[in-house]
Structures are given as C-alpha cells and as structure tokens.
Design a protein around this ligand. Structure first.
Ligand SMILES: [Zn+2]
Length: 438
C-alpha cells in the first residue's frame, strides 16, 4: 500500500488526509446537519473536507448540530431511529433497519448487593437483532453506504460486526465481505456465514494486519469499508451515541453515576461519551456520567495510554504486542477509536480497568446465575471490573453495558457448565437424583 506520510505501523492512515476511501461516494453532505470536529485539539470544519485534523493530525469525528425537542424525548423509542435527527443519514427512506436499539434496562439487585452499590442496572444490548450492540453502528453505516450508492460492504471483525454486517447487507439487498480474525469463535463465524456474507478468515493474530488487507481490498474493488473503527469510518460509530440517548430516557432524565463498558478499539466508549455530550449541548443534562472502560489484562492499550499520558497518535506507534485473552471481541492491538476514547476517560474523570481471564469467565457465570443474563465473555468484563470501580458506594447508581449475547458462544460453554443428570423415566430414579443433590 502506498500512502504518503503514513503513521508508521498503521495501515492506510495518514496524518495529512486521514483515510477517506469512502469519500468519493459521499454526496450532498451539507444536508446532514453535522460537521467534523477534532477531539484532540478542538478544531472543526465542514464535512467533505479532510478527515484528519490539519492542526494536530488526529482523525476528525462527526458532531451533530441538529436538535431533538424535549417533548419528543418523553416518548419511548421503538428503535434507535427514534433519534434520526441526530444520526448522519439524510433520508428516512434509505434507513436499513432490523429494529435495533430500544433495548431493555434491567435492574440487577443481587449484583448491587454483592458489590455494595446503591443500584446496578444492566443495559441489555443482547436484545439487538443479531445479539450485540454492533447492530446500532452497522445500521447507521450501511444506511450511509446505501445513500452513497454502495453495492458491496466489507468489514473486519472478531464476530459481532461480521454478523451484523452480514445480516444488514442481506436485508438491504447488498453483498457483504467480512474479514474475520483467526481467533474468531466458531459460533460467530457460523452466524456471519448464515446471513450469506462471504466470510474470509485471515490467519493473523493482529487486527491491525487484518485491517490493512481489508482496506487494500476496498480500494481495489470499490467496496464500502464498514468496519466499526472511527479512524477509518467516522459514520457508523455514530450509532453508539444512541445508547446514551436511551439511557437518558430510561433513567427519567437522570443518567447514572457510572457507565461501565468493554473497550476494544474504543468505539462504544467514545460513542457513548459523544452521545452524552449531545444531551449536554441540548441542555438536557448538566453533567456527563463518569465513564469506565474495561479491557482484558492480556490486551490493555487504553489503560496503558491513560497511565502514560499518551496522545492518540502516540498510541498508534506501538500496538499491543501480543493480544491474549478469552474476550476475543476486545483483543484489539490498537485503539481504532482512541481519538474519542481517550478524551472520554479524561474529560469525565473516568477510569480504565483491566481484568484477567479467570475473572471474566467467573463473571459470565455470575451474571447468568444471579440475574438471568447470559452474556458473551467479552461483555462479562464489565461485571469483573465492578470491585475496582473507584468512588462507588451504597449511594451510587452504576450502569453496566452488556454488549453481546452468550448464545453466540454455546459451543464454548458446553463442557464448562455442569453435566445434566441422566435418568430413566421413573419416579424412583428422579427421587434418587433430586434428593441426592442440595
Ligand atoms: Zn486537532
């Protein structure tokens, strides 16, 4: 790949231009009610201009300029497109939707007692159409791709983005090509393939390398790049903002003290932060909740960056050397959305917590057995992080974003859960069985 002035080690991203291979398909952008803003230095500019900041070199992100009336926000959403006015799609007719968003907020009293908090609430993103919060981002991204005239979309994924891309492309009558990491679980590969995408597994442990291949393929074949990585594709990450809007409504206009989220590339964290900033701009909230990003101790580039005071561009120069964790959805060696994730932590007095695999596996079981919510391992990091949440006590309201479903990992779970009892169909056998067990 030949890119001028490239940031060393990062495929396709240049300080001068960012990465805009989707740009030639963009049209009529002034109608969106958005501009570009740099969260690194505060510079801003119109859409359609450079997608990297001319002043500091960081990727620009979208900023909504539109409004939603308070009266409108009193009506409960039926999907995340309730917030159409704050999403970067010009025509409702081009929306590609399977009913994503409007997910339940579930009270978790046993978790609250276990960790000594006033309240724990779970934002259940498992209820999305393909079983993860990525549906929000892909719905926005593929709607924008359709507005741009794209016929084929391509994305890099460890699993959830692949499933979402494949499903939404099928619903839109488009082709999908998904580049899946070598460590992607068999269930997630099967889910993506079931919706009809062309699934390509790339034998590399490095998401950075897989991105490089996907980007080069998009340039060669004219595919729309739909990966949920804001440094490459600033549109689809807007979908994550709707989670903050919903939390605002579901909490009666009083968001919780803490919102705890898994962090891989950082798109969810950065998106939720920007969603709360929108609510603040609209005068609906006075303060943004403190945000906690949770990583696996075997792959924690955001924690390292916060501790070392790094800028986003500095983080790109040294990818995490050898990502190793059971939480495959957050095994990202670089922070593809670090330009919004870093300020999300710094500007909300937030925290980054790293948890080990043993705690992640145990937390998946805890959430399932104590609250009836079976999440994927990647999502269980938020429960594992709760003992380490600072300044949280019996007066605190803590929201855990549970991002993806454990139903995607049933093959992994089989053999790790208690074996069923096997009996002949007699009362005697049943009595012997149930009376032998507590
Ligand atoms: Zn800047």
């Amino acid at each position: 790949m030949h890119v001028r002035n490239a940031v060393r080690g990062v495929p396709g991203f240049t300080r001068a231009k960012g990465l805009c291979h989707n740009a030639p398909m963009r049209a009529q952008e002034s109608k969106y009610g958005f501009d570009f803003v740099c969260r690194g230095c505060g510079a801003s500019g119109p859409l359609g201009g450079q997608s990297a900041c001319a002043a500091c070199g960081e990727p620009m992100s979208l900023r909504a300029l539109g409004t939603l009336s308070p009266g409108y926000l009193r009506r409960p959403p039926r999907s995340m497109w309730h917030y159409f006015g704050l999403l970067p799609v010009t025509s409702r007719k081009r929306i590609v939707t399977l009913g994503e968003g409007a997910t339940p907020l579930v009270d978790a009293p046993r978790l609250a007692r276990r960790f000594g908090f006033g309240q724990v609430i779970v934002k259940n993103e498992m209820a999305n159409p393909t079983g993860s919060f990525k549906d929000r981002q892909v719905s926005v991204g593929i709607s924008h791709a359709r507005e741009c005239g794209a016929r084929t979309v391509a994305a890099v994924s460890s699993g959830n983005v692949a499933a979402a891309t494949s499903a939404y492309a099928a619903h839109a009558g488009m082709q999908a090509v998904v580049f899946m990491h070598a460590h992607a679980g068999a269930g997630k590969v099967a889910q993506a393939a079931a919706y009809g995408a062309r699934v390509i597994r790339v034998e590399s442990p490095s998401p950075k390398e897989v991105f490089g291949l996907c980007i080069e393929a998009c340039q060669r074949y004219g595919w729309y790049h739909l990966s949920t990585a804001g440094m490459y594709e600033p549109y689809n990450v807007e979908g994550a903002k709707t989670l903050a809007y919903e939390l605002y409504q579901q909490c009666g206009g009083h968001p919780p003290d803490w919102v705890v989220m898994p962090v891989g590339g950082g798109g969810l964290l950065g998106g939720v932060w920007r969603g709360f900033l929108d609510l603040k701009r609209l005068g609906l909230i006075n303060r943004v909740p403190r945000l906690a990003g949770v990583q696996a101790s075997g792959c924690a580039p955001l924690k390292r960056a916060i501790e070392h005071g790094e800028t986003f561009l500095e983080t790109l120069r040294h990818p995490w050397p050898d990502p190793k964790t059971v939480a495959g959805g957050i095994a990202d060696d670089i922070l593809f959305d670090g330009h919004t994730a870093l300020p999300a932590i710094r500007e909300t007095n937030g925290v980054v917590i790293a948890v080990d695999d043993e705690a992640i596996i145990e937390s998946q079981q805890t959430l399932a057995r104590e609250e009836g919510l079976l999440c994927e391992l990647t999502s269980a990091v938020v429960i594992a992080a709760l003992p380490f949440l600072p300044d949280a006590d019996a007066s605190s309201r803590v929201c855990c974003v549970v991002t993806g479903s454990g139903i995607k990992e049933l093959a992994w779970l089989a053999g790790r859960v208690p074996e069923p009892s096997r009996i002949p169909p007699t009362m005697e056998a049943l009595a012997a069985c149930v009376e032998a067990q507590p």
